[in-house]
Design a protein around this ligand. Structure first.
Ligand code: PMP
Length: 384
């Protein structure tokens, strides 16, 4: 069923609509838990502190972190990736990345590169997946400090072999940083089973929370310099941030309403993830099959039937992506995203840097009927 007259197929940008549980949790965080956590000792502040504590445990357990203190709340995935990359890498260090990374990785690395960090890219195959043999040779070819790879692509939906990359990285003395923006909430993520040293995700995409919070899993024993310093509610006499997690990495007042909403979103996922994943798989299959039946359309990334995150990007031989997205919205009320999706590297690998693509991304709440309508609308827009 369209919500508010909109068929929303832009879940990779942000999930919408949020579950009612998320609204309720945000409301509570603005009401009876509306104090400033870890600061004052009155009931509103204590409720807020309890809320953040419980949220941390819920999200940590959902993502497979053994200790909730290893799960940090940050302003977003982009912030978390900046924190990890700028904390880990300095002049003279070597970092190996996939050649399909998002600008949330590429842009901080461009700054680091200008400060003397060597950035080396691993190639991907035709489906957009990292080639592990090539990866191993490249990682072994120098003293690699870190390997950075997304878990799933926001352009092709390709799922990367991150557990294998973790093994290779560790064999060669490097840490693995994973950008889980498009995986968390769409794939089963167990950060310890994957072997990730750092795993970063957005709260507002597959995890169903509001915008304004992201999460960083930092493996036990791996310490980074914090990116931001400020009040932590305790040990206030010292000019330095406290050493203990999570305080060291969470200076300033946390976004309690966003954290509350995120925990509620994760609560929904903890109950429904298998069903959501099966549903998304069906929707993706139908989208891929249906769109490929439209003359002149090609689908980027994994072949039909192969596993992918719930993202399907297309190009048409003559109708431009922006035109397709505009017509879908204005004539059919269908929300998709055209352009480069903040990931020129991924488009360069897919051969679509010049044109961009139209991305359909599904999630909880999208129906088979929505997808059928989208395919039919694309057919109409693209017929001569
Ligand atoms: N990495 C990938 C693969 C993404 O798709 C996104 C969001 N488009 C990000 C990182 C950044 O996430 P956020 O904008 O929530 O910080």
């Amino acid at each position: 069923m369209p919500h508010d007259g909109i068929i929303y197929l832009d879940h990779a940008a942000t999930s919408w609509p949020k579950p009612p549980e998320v609204f309720a949790a945000v409301k509570r965080a603005l009401g009876p838990a509306g104090g400033n956590p870890h600061r004052s000792a009155h009931r509103l502040a204590l409720e807020a502190a309890r809320l953040v504590l419980e949220a941390r445990s819920a999200v940590a357990s959902f993502l497979g972190a053994g200790d909730a203190r290893d799960l940090l709340f940050v302003p977003g995935c982009t912030f978390g990736l900046n924190m990890a990359l700028k904390g880990l890498l300095g002049a003279g260090d070597r970092v190996v990345i996939s050649s399909v990374e998002h600008n949330a990785v590429m842009r901080p690395l461009a700054v680091l590169e200008a400060h003397g960090v060597e950035v080396v890219r691993m190639p991907v195959d035709g489906a957009g997946r990292v080639d592990l043999d090539a990866a191993e040779a490249i990682i072994a070819a120098g003293k690699t400090k870190a390997v950075v790879c997304q878990h799933a692509s926001n352009v092709t939906g390709a799922i990367q072999p991150v557990a294998d990359l973790a093994d290779i990285a560790h064999e060669h003395g490097a840490v693995l940083v994973v950008d889980g923006a498009q995986a968390a909430g769409h794939l089963r993520v167990d950060v310890r089973a994957l072997g990730a040293d750092v795993y970063v995700a957005s709260g507002h995409k597959g995890l169903l929370g509001p915008q304004g919070v992201g999460v960083v899993y930092l493996a036990p024993g791996l310490e980074l310099p914090e990116l931001v310093q400020g009040g932590s509610g305790g040990e206030s006499v010292s000019p330095a941030m406290p050493d203990a997690r999570p305080d060291r990495y969470e200076a300033g007042t946390p976004p309690v309403p966003a954290i509350a909403g995120l925990a509620a979103g994760v609560g929904v996922l903890a109950r429904e993830l298998d069903a959501i994943m099966a549903h998304e798989r069906r929707l993706v299959q139908r989208l891929v099959d249906g769109l490929l039946e439209v003359p002149g359309i090609a689908v980027l990334g994994p072949a039909p039937g192969e596993e992918r995150a719930p993202v399907v990007s297309i190009i048409h031989e003559s109708v431009e992506p922006d035109r397709i997205a505009y017509e879908l919205d204005s004539r059919f009320g269908i929300a998709v995203r055209s352009g480069l999706h903040c990931a020129p590297a991924a488009h360069a690998s897919a051969g679509t840097l010049e044109t961009g693509a139209v991305r359909f991304s599904v999630g909880r709440g999208v129906t088979e009927d929505d997808v059928e309508r989208a395919v039919e609308a694309v057919r109409e827009v693209c017929q001569a």
